[in-house]
Design a protein around this ligand. Sequence first.
Ligand SMILES: Cc1cc2nc3c(=O)[nH]c(=O)nc-3n(C[C@H](O)[C@H](O)[C@H](O)COP(=O)(O)OP(=O)(O)OC[C@H]3O[C@@H](n4cnc5c(N)ncnc54)[C@H](O)[C@@H]3O)c2cc1C
Length: 423
Amino acid sequence: MGGRLILCSALLLRAEAETVEWSPRPPIYEHLGQKSLYPPDGTVDLLSGSHCDLSKRSLGRTWLVEFYHSSCPHCWYFAPVFRQLGAAYRGSESVHVAACNCMEKENQKACDAMQIYRYPTVQVFQAGEEGAKKLFEVSHTDKDGRAKSAAQLLAWLEEHKLPKPLHPEATEQGADFAAATALAPGAPPGRPGWSWEYHAEDERWAEAHLGLIALLKSYNGRQPPASLLRVASFVAQNCLHGCDRYHLLVERLHSADLRDATTVREEVERWGQLFGRRKHLFCKDETCAVWQLFHVMAGSVAAAQFGLRVNSGGATVAEAMDFFRQTVDHFLFCGPCREHFLNAYEGCSYGRCEVLASKQDQAKRLVLWLWRLHNGVSLRVLREHPPKEAVDRRWPTYRDCPGCWNPRVVTGEVIEEVLPGAP
Ligand SMILES: Cc1cc2nc3c(=O)[nH]c(=O)nc-3n(C[C@H](O)[C@H](O)[C@H](O)COP(=O)(O)OP(=O)(O)OC[C@H]3O[C@@H](n4cnc5c(N)ncnc54)[C@H](O)[C@@H]3O)c2cc1C
């Protein structure tokens, strides 16, 4: 209840402070057949196709450019801030503000050429006869990983000799970065709770499939080719439905030229077409679908360990842990998410180091670790980016499973007590 009151009052405070559109998931615009986090005709110029490769363009002025991935949550959070920067430089003769969505197929080659390997990446370019030259990169977070406001970014840009904007006041409104609340990990999800939804196994699997495709399509040739094959092989080995097709993907990747990122992405896309046109069923984007892939994989490995799967022969828990770590490390397209995950992993958070500590109950510990981790991330999102509407993403809701929100279960102190004997 305490957590609920804190959340509600924080939301009221935020509502008063808000003057620009600010939400964890901003609207996605359509422009010339591409998705965009920025509205067409807004203060941020939309780049696409070969225009995203600034090294090939002789441009007047200095360019402040964001390369993003429209499914990366940190890009969503950053979008209103970047829009404010765009508004500050509106009408400027010397600085041009633009963005390129590297998730779009037509832009990927240019993003590869610009060596964009994490999102969001913000860079400043100087115009030149032979194409623009990169001057420096702008970090959207401070050294503690906290999001910078537009006013802070502007001050930093001015220190780095970027010309003064015409409308600096445009950065003074907007997101209230101090509005984080002290929600406790063990506190039950606040109102209205994430969902009363039940997702049948095949729905989760359909989402997981989209998560796999998104991960593989983030291949840019920099990851070890073997890691690509390992992700695909692990999913094929532990798959739930239509497994022959997943083995086919592994075969196709084995015979593809893995040094060429474009070939790999095209191969993955061709393979995806074998399933017809698939749409999200309950997720709204790829990060959610990646979670579904992870939960389904953990569940599938656990089911095989418990002898509940007909085709057992799935991976061990140790292999599953390695799969999660490697997949995030090499393929998770959201840079800060990747860092948070790896820090939590190395730091043994959410009971990670207890998963393999004893031979007993490894599969249960695996599933619980992932569940806690996901709820921990949802809590982080809630704290750092309080939504306008009170949605607590942690799962399940208190109403659905009051026992799950026993703080000791949530923090991992009572694994044996909650899961005695058989599953
Ligand atoms: C590995 C990873 C790390 C991430 N790290 C960050 C980060 O550090 N910061 C950040 O802002 N974003 C991070 N994200 C993104 C964030 O978790 C969400 O995916 C994103 O905000 C989209 O949220 P969503 O509303 O679709 O809900 P999501 O959390 O993506 O998915 C919600 C769905 O998942 C299910 N679900 C929710 N919780 C659980 C659970 N505990 N167990 C089982 N099923 C559950 C429910 O069915 C629900 O419908 C990360 C994503 C991944 C895959």
